[in-house]
Design a binder for this molecule. Structure first.
Ligand code: COA
Length: 260
């Protein structure tokens, strides 16, 4: 069987590549489960500081649900699939490491929802984005309505969800749908890896504390969020890396972080 999602490592960064270019990297049942398996594998490896999720080929990041497979699915199988999106892909938003969608082509429907589940997004100039589900008489069902509204605001989210229109990378950047766009001719993956270097090389305890604290802002009322931040800060304050950072500053050298 061909591998549906390839997993490789570049030092502390894992790279997961959906590898079904003949189906525009669409999310079949098996692909979703393979992504879940990858999440579980990476969770047991404390050396992973970031995970880049991308698609193979130049055309598609992911064209959403595998519509060919979907045609043969019963309603109850579709319901199971919706549950699997949540259980198998949720790690992208909750792991100890940062997740980054490197959007190399079209990100449509569940493909855009997959990118929205990641913490950060970087896109190739030629990428395009859309949530066409209402045109198919359904709605985004992999967290899309919730995550896009939180990310870009209700009004902009409604524009994309109700019209299903496609936007290009420049508009996606303007909307705040992606953090960065990489000019054509430059390597998207290398740009993502360069972007992540401070994360991969940074102090692990502080990186985890910062990630969990900013994520918490999405779900907690401000007072509770401030308490959360305070506790996260405590973990940094108690760390040997924090002392090393101050020492390195006074000795005018780069710090050597141990994750302690
Ligand atoms: N699921 C399964 N197969 C898909 C797919 C999907 N979501 N999207 C594309 N494919 C397949 C096509 O069926 C085609 O295979 P075939 O040649 O065996 O028929 C192949 O990928 C290439 O697609 P094609 O449409 O010929 O390429 P394109 O470059 O003209 O267009 C897309 C690419 C992605 C824009 C177009 O295929 C599309 O709009 N797909 C549907 C996306 C969608 O609506 N997703 C949301 C689902 S809720």
């Amino acid at each position: 069987m061909t591998e549906l999602v390839r997993l490789e490592r570049r030092a502390k960064v894992a790279i997961a590549t959906i590898d079904r270019p003949e189906r525009m990297n669409a999310l079949s049942w098996a692909t979703v489960h393979r992504l879940g398996e990858i999440g579980r594998e990476l969770a047991s490896d404390p050396g992973v500081r970031a995970c880049i999720l991308t698609g193979s080929g130049e055309k598609a990041f992911c064209a959403g649900a595998d519509l060919k497979e979907r045609q043969g699915m019963s309603r109850s199988q579709v319901r199971e699939m919706l549950g699997a999106y949540r259980s198998e892909l949720g790690w992208l938003a909750s792991s100890d490491f940062v997740s980054v969608a490197a959007i190399n082509g079209v990100a449509l429907g569940g493909g855009l929802e997959l990118a929205l589940t990641c913490d950060l997004r970087i896109a190739a100039q030629a990428a395009s984005f859309g949530l066409p589900e209402t045109g198919l008489a359904i709605i985004p069902g992999a967290g899309g309505t919730q995550r896009i509204a939180r990310l870009i605001g209700e009004s902009r989210a409604l524009d994309l969800v109700l019209t299903g229109r496609r936007v290009d990378a420049a508009e996606a950047l303007h909307l705040g749908l992606v953090n960065r766009v990489v000019p054509s001719g430059e390597s998207l993956l290398e740009a993502a890896l360069n972007w992540l270097e401070p994360v991969a090389e940074g102090a692990p305890i502080a990186q985890r504390a910062a990630l969990s604290s900013v994520r918490a802002a999405q779900r907690l009322p401000l007072e509770q969020g401030l308490d959360f931040e305070r506790q996260a800060y405590e973990r940094c304050l108690d760390s040997a890396d924090r002392d090393e950072a101050l020492l390195a500053l006074s000795e005018k050298r780069k710090p050597r972080f141990q994750g302690k």
